[in-house]
Design a protein around this ligand. Structure first.
Ligand code: HEC
Length: 119
């Protein structure tokens, strides 16, 4: 009896989490995919040349691994600023100021932020 109740409970929790996560993933899926493409593209973000991230091959280690982004950058604007103009945080950084120097468009940076929040 107790076992059955527990099973029903955990099933309900799993279903709730599943639909919640699924809903979010569906809404942002397009931006996330676009962001990953731009980030990985060697002619675009080329983030992998310096950052380990996701399932990217041959990643460089000059920059910190891009993991647990939501935890470390709960504020979206803070994370965006790191990509738009990293010089603001470290005037000697080797990371290109992707927004300031028009290397990436605003829309591409927004998509990357969307993608980074899945890491
Ligand atoms: C030429 C190397 C290089 C490239 C390319 C590069 N970065 Fe960086 N990045 C760095 C370094 C080094 C840091 C560490 C802070 C600093 O020195 O500015 C950094 C820091 C960051 C941070 C802050 C992370 C933290 O944990 O503090 C984020 C976010 C970030 N990079 C995202 C990106 C994204 C997204 C791309 C691609 C669009 C990218 N970087 C491309 C070198 C690079």
């Amino acid at each position: 009896m107790i076992k059955k109740t527990l099973m029903t409970l955990s099933l309900a929790v799993a279903m709730t989490l599943g639909s919640f996560g699924g809903g979010i993933a569906f809404a942002d899926e397009e931006a996330v995919n676009h962001g990953k493409t731009v980030a990985f593209n060697r002619q675009k973000g080329n983030c992998l040349s310096c950052h380990m991230m996701d399932d990217g091959d041959q990643a460089g280690t000059q920059g910190p691994p891009l993991i647990a982004m939501k935890l470390r950058f709960p504020n979206r604007e803070d994370l965006r600023a790191r990509i738009y103009n990293p010089l603001e945080f470290n005037p000697n950084t080797i990371m290109p100021p992707f927004g300031l120097h028009n290397i990436l468009s605003d829309e591409e940076i927004d998509a990357i932020v969307e993608y980074l929040y899945t890491l």
